[in-house]
Design a binder for this molecule. Structure first.
Ligand SMILES: [Zn+2]
Length: 138
């Protein structure tokens, strides 16, 4: 992909404005302009990777560090009940910008968001078959 057409690459180079709250040599954090809760922040590595399938693992530690720093700052800055970290991979999972990013979502007691509903546990044989299939593809 030509990174000049990637909105997050343009935020990284500051070619377009954003509300940056965190930056180091390898990642950047900025407010989501369509927040699902107050303080919803995105953390993005400063390398163009589409999603977890092609993520440059050289950035892993920096991303985790950034997630922790920004989550702590949000917790201190806002009256949050908790922090939810979300990361979507592929359009089928709701990914809309194809530059890998992590959502840092402050959670509030009355935010109206629901955790996913639990479903019935499949039979042991089905679970084992799924596990075997994944393991054989590692
Ligand atoms: Zn990009």
């Amino acid at each position: 992909m030509n990174t000049t057409h990637c909105i997050f690459c343009n935020i990284i180079t500051k070619s377009i404005p954003s509300y940056i709250v965190y930056e180091d040599d390898m990642c950047i954090g900025f407010l989501d302009i369509a927040p699902i809760t107050k303080g919803h922040t995105l953390l993005v590595p400063k390398v163009h990777c589409s999603n977890i399938l092609d993520f440059d693992l050289h950035y892993s530690e920096s991303v985790m560090h950034g997630l922790q720093i920004v989550s702590n700052a949000i917790t201190k800055a806002l009256s949050v009940e908790g922090i939810q970290i979300l990361q979507n991979n592929g359009s089928g999972a709701g990914q809309m910008v194809f530059h890998i990013h992590w959502h840092i979502i402050p959670r509030y007691a009355d935010d109206g968001l629901n955790h996913w509903q639990g479903k019935a546990t499949p039979h042991k044989a089905e679970l084992q078959g799924i596990a075997d299939s994944i393991i054989s593809n590692l």
